[in-house]
Ligand binder design. Structure first.
Ligand SMILES: [Mg+2]
Length: 235
């Protein structure tokens, strides 16, 4: 007997929002402007950024700066500024089909919450750029929850804010190992990795994903297949 699903939590960059290297470009600009990664070779810094994709940016910069919290805070501010610049230069696009996929989940009676490692200002710029304010129920940044991923806080904060009845009634999907780990640590009933972002199938599977999907548009079908959602046609 499975618990009926009530809430789906989706990551933003690389899961519902097209990334195309924007996060890496923003990291590069922030590093150039603040020197935050000067204590290690650039390749090593970039590798850390890639491995930790999905985690809170302040946590990533704290590591890069060798634990210098004020330097990490300056770098985080520079990152958010650079990300906003790049979005202004290049625009923001959804992962193809993401908005329809979210609407399909909503039409199935689910709440949909977006989560991100970005600060609220960046998160809201992306949501405004996509015109998704009325599409989603809520969007959460680490500062809204406590700790960033891979801690379970974002998932649990989404559950509390939407008043879902059980962690078993929550599904989580994201493109990074940290997304999958945070879902597992929160006890979510279903945790999926998606292949439109930072990490590959072996990494997402090893992190404990119940399924690894080509992209977010395959999520609803996977939920129906596992009888976590009733098979109803939506338009
Ligand atoms: Mg992501």
């Amino acid at each position: 007997m499975t618990t009926p699903l009530e809430l789906v939590i989706l990551d933003m960059a690389g899961t519902t929002v097209l990334d195309d290297g924007v996060v890496e470009q923003a990291f590069q600009r922030a590093a150039e402007r603040t020197g935050v990664a000067d204590r290690m070779p650039w390749d090593e810094a970039l590798d850390h950024v890639r491995v930790t994709m999905g985690q809170s940016k302040i946590d990533v910069f704290t590591h890069l700066s060798g634990g210098d919290v004020p330097a990490a805070q300056r770098a985080t501010a520079a990152f958010e500024g650079a990300y906003a610049e790049i979005v202004a230069e290049q625009g923001v696009s959804e992962i193809p089909g993401a908005a329809d996929a979210i609407q399909g989940l909503k039409d199935s009676g689910l709440k949909v919450v977006l989560t991100t490692g970005f600060a609220p200002v960046t998160r809201d710029a992306l949501i405004d750029g996509l015109g998704w304010q009325d599409l989603i129920d809520l969007a959460l940044s680490p500062v809204d929850a406590g700790r960033g991923r891979p801690a379970p806080d974002l998932v649990l904060a989404a559950l509390l804010r939407t008043q879902a009845s059980s962690v078993q009634a929550v599904a989580v999907a994201g493109d990074t190992v940290s997304d999958v780990e945070s879902g597992r640590r929160a006890g979510a009933g279903f945790v999926a990795g998606v292949l439109t972002g930072a990490h590959d199938r072996p990494a997402l599977s090893a992190a404990g994903a119940d399924a690894v999907l080509s992209d977010v548009t395959a999520l609803r079908g996977a939920l129906v297949q596992r009888e976590l959602l009733p098979l109803i046609t939506t338009s």
